[in-house]
Design a protein around this ligand. Structure first.
Ligand code: G3I
Length: 372
């Protein structure tokens, strides 16, 4: 069977002693404020990097499957589901007492073309696509019923101007595809929290679009528990006042707010590639990869200041923010090394490639200590 991770590998890595660093676990530092999560994927579980899982248990109390639960991975062909990798993530998380976030049920990206077509290649009708969406959600959410804290039910459905993104889901089903996805997810696991998740949804126009979705669901009595702000951010953008406003605005709608995929890019990047529109990329140039050997101290300190500013804000909102998830365990694992420009060396997280805490780590710990 594909994607099989041997339980023995899991057992042996979880028995390793925790990482060498005497840096306190993030999850303990922020206990009482919010969950601290990380993405997790095949590489961390494979045993190839024996430090990965002990490091995760040391610092995090929530995990999000970075890729394992996406449609193209878990349900790549009609009627065929591959749960092995996601099951391994679930086993690891349960054995370590961590919350699991299901990512993601309905997304325009990483969804195979066949999903929208019949066996003859014709576009599905609204009814047929709804049926297919329902089957997928019942199967995936049902498989993990009672085990997942919450699901990213719909991901990235809003454009930068606040309108609904043009996707096959929208054009074939119509704009109620979002509410149908939430209805199906709730039926499949009535206990699970249900989230809408997006990037740049702290910006006012996009935020208005997300607010409209939440309001519509609530008016119809459909369960939605929270809004995920992905947090694919930069040293110079966004101005965190928009994050501050967004947390208040979503929370005022009764939503839990989560920062769901956070990192802060330190490399020069054209502004049109800010965000996480993965269909957009640019070609590699050495001038866009200035820290190929190491991160200069001055930039490491800029990163630390930026993280400190952000965590000051998040801690101020800790009654509204339920989780902060980093998109990667250390700099070497970040998708930002290969997007939007492949082959760069990025440093967007709190730990370096050898799991050493960076100034940014100490900066956020200091913010938490101020509240003690
Ligand atoms: O696993 C294969 C490997 O076998 C193959 O050799 C290699 C060659 O390209 O590809 C590997 O798969 C890549 C995978 O990441 C694992 O590294 C895929 O090509 C690549 O498309 C995939 O990218 C992921 C991306 O979503 C698209 O699914 C990133 O890891 C993941 O961090 C990123 O996460 C998304 C969130 O789900 C939604 N929000 C935006 C965020 C960033 O794009």
């Amino acid at each position: 069977m594909k994607n099989k991770i041997l339980p023995a590998v899991l057992i042996s890595v979880t028995l390793l002693t925790s990482c060498d660093s005497d840096a306190p676990g993030l999850k303990d530092v922020f206990a009482g404020h919010f969950l601290i999560g990380t993405s997790i994927d095949r590489r961390e579980l494979s045993g190839a990097d024996p430090g990965a899982l002990p490091f995760i248990t040391e610092h995090f109390n929530a995990v999000t499957a970075e890729n394992a639960m996406k449609w193209e991975r878990i349900h790549p062909e009609p009627g065929t589901y591959y749960f092995d990798l996601a099951d391994s993530i679930m086993d690891f998380a349960q054995n370590s007492g961590m919350a699991v976030i299901g990512h993601v049920l309905v997304w325009h990206s990483q969804t195979p073309d066949w999903v929208f077509r019949d066996s003859l290649g014709n576009q599905l009708t609204r009814e047929a696509l709804l049926e297919r969406m329902k089957d997928h959600i019942q199967m995936v959410v049902g498989h993990y019923r009672g085990k997942v804290l919450g699901w990213d039910v719909v991901n990235e459905a809003v454009d930068e101007d606040g309108s609904l993104r043009q996707t096959p889901w929208l054009s074939i089903i119509g704009d109620d595809y979002i509410e149908m996805a939430f209805r199906y997810a709730h039926e499949a696991d009535p206990e699970a929290e249900l989230y809408y998740n997006d990037y740049n949804n702290e910006e006012p126009l996009k935020r208005a679009g997300v607010t409209a979705i939440v309001t519509n669901l609530k008016e119809k009595g459909i369960r939605i528990d929270g809004v995920g702000i992905q947090g694919h951010w930069h040293l110079d953008s966004p101005d965190f006042t928009v994050v501050d406003e967004s947390i208040n605005e979503y929370a005022n709608l009764g939503m839990k707010v989560m920062i769901t995929e956070m990192e802060i890019n330190v490399l020069p990047t054209p502004a049109w590639l800010y965000g996480a529109e993965i269909s957009k990329t640019a070609e590699y140039r050495d001038s866009l990869n200035p820290y190929a050997k190491e991160l200069p101290d001055s930039v490491g300190l800029q990163l630390a200041d930026r993280y400190a500013e952000l965590f000051r804000l998040l801690l101020r909102h800790s009654d509204q923010v339920s989780r902060v998830t980093f998109w990667g365990i250390n700099d070497g694992y970040s998708w930002k090394n290969d997007w939007p420009i492949p082959g760069r060396t990025n440093y967007p997280l709190l730990f370096d490639r050898d799991y050493n805490p960076k100034p940014a780590y100490y900066a956020i710990i200091k913010e938490a200590a101020k509240l003690k």
